[in-house]
Every structure is written in C-alpha cells, then in structure tokens.
Design a protein around this ligand. Structure first.
Ligand code: HEC
Ligand code: CU
Length: 487
C-alpha cells in the first residue's frame, strides 16, 4: 500500500467504516469482517515511516518509553485474552436451553473461600506493584538532566546544549544558551543564574522578560539539534497551556505560563523529527507544529555559529533594500531582525525602543499584537514557517506573481499544507526531473498579504499576525527579496 492510499484509508476507517458496526445478527459476520479489516488498516497506519510514530522511537528517551511499554502491553494483552477468553469458554460450556433452565441448579459457589479471594486480590496487586517500580524508575530516568551545574546554569564542559522552549498561540520559539551562561540574569547576586532569579527580579515581567539574555539565539518553529547528545529543555509558555511533544524523541511535557518544566531528548540519527502541540490552545491549535532537525555535530556547530551572527544589511538601491525599508515600517513593530548596532536584547519590542535611536519614542506596544513574533534574523535558513505548517522551500514550479491565481499550483500547495514532507509527496512520473528546491515565494506572498486567511488567527484579539491588504505586488516582491537575504 502506498503512503498516500494508506493515509486515505486511515481517514476512511476512522470516519466511516468502523461506525458501521451492524446491529442485526445476520449482519454480524460482515461487521466482524469490517472490524478485522479496520484493525488491519489501522495497523498499517502505525507504519514505521510515519513522522509521529511513537512505535518508531529514536534516541534513548523515546526508546526507554517504548521498552517500558512493550512488556506491559504483552502482559496486559495476555491477561486480557485470558479473562475474555475464559469468560467466553465458561459461557459456552455452561449454556443452558431455556426449557432446561432450573433456578435451583446453581454452579458451585466460591464465596467465603479465603484462598481464592486472597489469590485474586494479591495477584493484580503484585503485578501492578511490579509495573509501578519500572514505571517510576523510567520516569526518574526521563527527568534526568545533564550534570552541568544544575541544568539551567551552563552548558558545562561536556558541550551539551540547553534550549528553552516557549509556546505561544500558535507557534514555538526556541532559545539556545549559546554562551553557556544560563538563561537568566543573576539577579540575587549569588553567583548562580538560575530560575529562582526570575522570581527574585521585581522588574521581570513574566512572561515577557523570561530568559532575556543578550547572547542567546532565538529561532522559531524549527529546532536544530546535534545528534548523539542529550538536549536539556526548559519549557514554558507566553499565553495559555500548550504541550510539547516530538513523539519519536520523547513523551509530552506541558508548557504552562508562569512555570518552568524541564525535559530532554536525544536523537541518535540525523534526520527530521516532527511534533504537534498536544494541549488544546485555541483557534490554531491543530496548526501549531514543530520541526526538529538533528545534524551531525560539525554541521550543528556551523548552524549555531551562523544563527549567532547579525543580519547583513542589503546594498543600497537593491530590491532587498526597498524591502528592508518596508519591513521596518510595517513589520518591525512585531518581528525582530538583529542587525549591527541593534542589541540582541532588543528581542522584545519594549527593549527595542532603546536599542535603536531611530525608533525611540514610538509606541510599539500599541502596535504589538502578539507580544512577540518569530525572530526573522535567519528566516531563510528555516525549512518551515508559520507554526511549521508551510514550507519555506518547495520543489515545485511555484507561481511567483499571482496570489492564488494559478489554481493548479494553489491546489498542490494546499495539499502540501497538510503535509510538510511535500517534496517527497509529489508524484513524479518516470523520467521526470526532480524539481529543484526553491524559495516558496507564492506561499510567502499569501502569508504576508493575508496571514489570517492562511491560518486561523485573531490579530484583533492580540493573537497572531494581521493582514496587510495595502501592500502592492511590488511591495511584496521587495519584502520577499529582503527576507531571502536573511540566511
Ligand atoms: C502585529 C504583529 C505582526 C506584524 C506587524 C507582522 N507580523 Fe509577521 N508574524 C506575526 C506572528 C505572531 C507570526 C507567527 C504566526 C504563527 O505562525 O502563528 C508571524 C509570522 C510571520 C512569518 C513566518 C515566520 C516564521 O518563522 O514562522 C513571516 C515570514 C512574517 N510573519 C512576515 C511578516 C512581514 C513581512 C510583516 C510586515 C509586512 C509582518 N510579518 C508583520 C506577527 C506580526
Ligand atoms: Cu498550543
């Protein structure tokens, strides 16, 4: 079964067939067959290739969960079969025809038999106690952080990495503690910058100023990690409760405003690991995904070195320079692009007023809808955007100049919207050349022109990005040319 038809039948099974469990007895055979078929099809949904498959764990954390679950599943399955099977066997063996039914003829009674009663109380208790020992050990194991000075304090000498994960309606921000000085300022002066400093800092306005460190790197939607090392995560949220879950790397952990939750994972192999927000968080909850890219150490080092640089300023008079001007007028009230002279602490709009004398005094808060928007300094290095629901690059001959005008292209892209691995999904005929990866200009245009049309958002309620109906096609071209320089 091809990937696509498997997916189609997954949907079919979930929506239709299994509902058709037929009531009448004559149809029961057919309904059994349907059930069996559904089970088979659903089993094929657990295909190894599926990006969110917990049964295909990668790295020690996910493997620990999987290897805890497998034996419990078999034990529970055996007990289930024994109990249900025993029940069925007894029912069949002891069945009586209505005309033979004698209310006086009771089976042997076991009530008041201490041996039996002790046995069926003790057995499950021992079993559950045994399972709980392994479960608790696994939970402790999963929570373990790198021994590098309390987790939050530094990256330590081992070079392991601390990443702060911040959920927001409806995208994820990742901050990297690049210089290993921790995420927090040492407010209480005890020589140790840790999470208690946040509570000690009267000026810190949770959650706006959490983890405000001049030297950190902030990216959106796509977390890049080195393979073969444990990444310590500090998870929190800016608005409502979200839940962070990359199924192939570890279990879930809630992102709760005002709280710091610790979590970690490790990928053994290079590759892409995707996830979804798994706590209902409003309008675009289903479009709040995450992408994790695991790279060999050397490539990761290159990546982080590049992310730590400021953006180049495009040459005067170029298309990109025009775009930058527009960007500063229309977009910079929410989005930051770090440039020379603009301190990295200008991560939030409030701080930006001081960071750039040209902008001092402007009322950014008033224009600010989302309180924070993705940092776009190296936007062109990401493969996904907008909560990881669109690709920044496609392998299609995307239509450059007309917003949604080319229906075929629009349809293909719409198909992509539901599936980030679009490039692999395009059916190519034999002999076709694989289309080159290219900047997804069509989608970017649609997004910048009218983001709420592309993803449910409520900019009027201070959530998400507003539409810019006033931008002309040329304006959009210029802005996109500028964004393309942000690599
Ligand atoms: C009022 C705040 C605000 C303004 C103004 C704004 N944006 Fe956004 N933008 C956002 C938010 C919030 C998101 C994240 C939306 C999401 O993914 O749910 C976003 C996402 C984006 C993204 C995707 C980034 C990524 O990594 O996912 C791009 C590109 C972008 N905006 C470009 C622009 C451009 C260009 C302008 C100016 C024409 C602009 N934005 C103006 C708030 C804003
Ligand atoms: Cu969410």
């Amino acid at each position: 079964m091809s990937d696509r038809s498997a997916r189609a039948s997954c949907e079919l099974t979930q929506t239709g067939e299994s509902m058709k469990i037929v009531k009448s007895r004559t149809k029961s055979i057919r309904s059994l067959a349907v059930l069996g078929l559904s089970a088979l099809v659903l089993a094929s949904c657990a295909d190894e290739e599926k990006p969110l498959n917990t049964f295909n764990p990668e790295g020690p954390r996910a493997e620990a969960i999987d290897s805890l679950m497998a034996p419990i599943w078999w034990i529970a399955g055996a007990i289930g079969v024994a109990v249900v099977g025993g029940g069925i066997v007894l029912a069949i063996r002891n069945r009586v025809k209505p005309e033979d039914y004698d209310p006086e003829d009771l089976p042997a009674q076991v009530h008041g038999n201490p041996k039996l009663e002790w046995t069926w109380t003790a057995l499950p208790a021992v079993l559950l106690a045994g399972i709980s020992v392994f479960t608790v050990l696994a939970i402790w194991d999963l929570e373990e952080r790198n021994e590098d000075g309390g987790g939050l304090a530094s990256c330590g000498t081992g070079g392991d990495l601390d990443v702060m994960v911040i959920g927001q309606q409806w995208w994820w921000e990742y901050r990297y503690d690049v210089d290993c000085d921790g995420f927090f300022e040492d407010v209480d002066g005890d020589g140790f910058a840790n999470s208690t400093d946040v509570w000690d800092d009267d000026d810190a306005e949770w959650p706006l100023e959490i983890a405000l460190d001049d030297d950190d790197v902030s990216v959106a939607n796509e977390m890049v990690i080195p393979i073969g090392q444990q990444i310590d995560l500090t998870i929190t949220s800016r608005d409502v409760i979200h839940s962070f879950w990359i199924p192939r790397l570890n279990g879930k952990r809630d992102a709760v405003p005002g709280r710091l939750h610790f979590w970690n994972f490790e990928a053994t192999d290079a590759g892409e690991y995707t996830g979804w927000c798994t706590e209902y968080c409003g309008l675009s909850h289903a479009r709040m995904r995450m992408n994790t890219i695991a790279l060999p150490q050397a490539e990761f080092d290159e990546w982080i070195a590049n992310q730590s640089t400021v953006a180049d300023i495009p040459a005067e008079g170029s298309e990109a320079a025009l775009g930058r001007e527009l960007f500063q007028q229309q977009c910079a009230s929410c989005h930051i692009v770090w440039e020379e002279g603009l301190g990295q602490d200008a991560l939030y709009t409030g701080a930006r007023n001081e960071g750039d004398p040209d902008r001092a005094g402007r009322d950014f808060e008033a224009a600010l809808t989302a309180k924070a928007a993705p940092n776009l300094t190296h936007f062109a290095t990401r493969t996904v955007m907008s909560g990881a629901i669109f690709s920044t690059y496609v392998g299609l001959d995307a239509n450059d100049n007309d917003l949604n005008a080319d229906q075929e292209n629009a349809d293909l892209l719409a198909g992509y919207n539901d599936f980030p691995d679009f490039v692999d999904e395009v059916d190519l005929e034999e002999g076709d050349t694989v289309p080159e990866l290219r900047w997804n200009r069509a989608q970017l245009k649609r997004w910048i022109k009218n983001a709420p049309d592309q993803k449910d958002m409520a900019p009027e309620d201070l959530r998400g990005m507003p539409a810019f109906p006033g931008l002309s096609d040329d304006d959009l071209d210029h802005i996109i040319a500028y964004l393309a320089t942000l690599d």
